[in-house]
Design a protein around this ligand. Structure first.
Ligand code: CO
Ligand code: ZN
Length: 336
């Protein structure tokens, strides 16, 4: 799985510019599903035909990024955020633009080092000598994202965009292991523009109209020095979301996930995330309402160029979802 995770995380894909990621996924998953198509917004929808309950799984293809907004006479570029871009994580990071041009994030002199790092004080230095040269290389309105290689550090891996390419990798691996044998009508959906407002999950859910849905995305952890108190930790298993900023997960789906994990001895932990949410939040509110929940992969340093996840948690998430789809979930589509 690591080689596909490397490929996915090293691919360019800020919100709205998921094309390269979509192409990587389409190639990887094509032979393992009954049909695959992309819709008008760019969501990639893979279908494994099955009888009974229509289940939608959603991982997002996009990553956080930047968009250039102003160039000064010396060729320094000001920019706006695309999604939850954290200025404090960004200093001297490398940014890559769609045409391959690299830049470095610099900061105006701070009066005191204890002052916060502010977005308006940051700029991108692409090595241009003046405005004219910069405008030619990276015109205003150019999208970029972090440039950072994947690193395999044993059980754990480091990369940018593990949010949510790790979810995409999980769904690809799920398709491979299912070998088209499912007990539910299964839709694996790779969504666009999650980081700017959960857009693709909303529209694809409307189009598919599933009976139930699961988002697969990263969640935060409480296992680093002086971290906010949170029970999730790296290596303790797939995180079954109970609640986050945007959703109270469907209790019946949560109960089912727990039962499957216990029965199959799949390591799991409970997630209550105070800030942040996933596509499940908008899928739940689609049409007449779709019972939704989420399986999360714990990640440190989310929305930085160096996110860390544990491969044991990734494996647990894959196993849990495979078992979920190989079990008839007819009971979950009834009225509550
Ligand atoms: Co995110
Ligand atoms: Zn995410």
């Amino acid at each position: 799985m690591k080689s596909i995770i490397k490929k996915l995380t090293e691919t360019f894909g800020p919100s709205g510019f998921e094309k390269s990621v979509r192409n990587v996924i389409r190639k990887e998953i094509r032979d393992h599903v009954d049909s695959i198509k992309s819709d008008k917004l760019g969501n990639l929808i893979a279908h494994i035909k099955g009888k009974g309950t229509k289940v939608m799984l959603a991982s997002h293809m996009d990553e956080i990024g930047v968009v250039t907004s102003y160039i000064d006479k010396n060729g320094f570029i000001r920019f706006s955020n695309v999604g939850g871009f954290f200025p404090v994580h960004s200093l001297t990071s490398r940014i890559i633009f769609e045409n391959g041009r690299i830049g470095v994030i610099g900061e105006e002199r701070r009066k005191s080092m204890s002052d916060p790092v502010e977005m308006t004080k940051l700029y991108i230095d692409i090595g241009a000598r003046d405005r004219k040269e910069a405008e030619k290389l990276v015109p205003i309105g150019t999208f970029g994202c972090y440039e950072r290689g994947f690193e395999d550090i044993g059980k754990r891996i480091v990369a940018k965009a593990l949010d949510d390419r790790i979810g995409c990798a999980v769904l690809i691996e799920v398709a491979k292991r299912l070998k088209r044998k499912v007990k539910n009508d299964t839709y694996l959906v790779f969504t666009v523009q999650e980081e700017v407002g959960l857009k693709g999950a909303r529209t694809s859910a409307f189009g598919i109209d599933p009976d139930i849905a699961l988002a697969v995305d990263v969640t935060a952890t409480g296992d680093t020095p002086e971290a906010k108190k949170m029970a999730v930790k790296l290596g303790a298993g797939a995180a079954i979301k109970i609640k986050d900023w945007g959703i109270v997960c469907d209790p019946k789906i949560v109960e089912t996930l727990i039962r499957i994990a216990r029965r199959n001895k799949i390591p799991y932990q409970f997630e209550i995330l105070e800030r942040g949410t996933t596509g499940a939040t908008v899928i739940q509110l689609t049409k007449g309402g779709i019972p939704s929940a989420a399986v999360s992969i714990p990640s440190r340093y989310i929305h930085s160029a160096s996110e860390i996840v544990d491969m044991d948690d990734v494996e647990a998430a894959v196993k849990l979802i495979v078992k979920f789809l190989k079990t008839d979930q007819g009971g979950l589509k009834n009225n509550r």
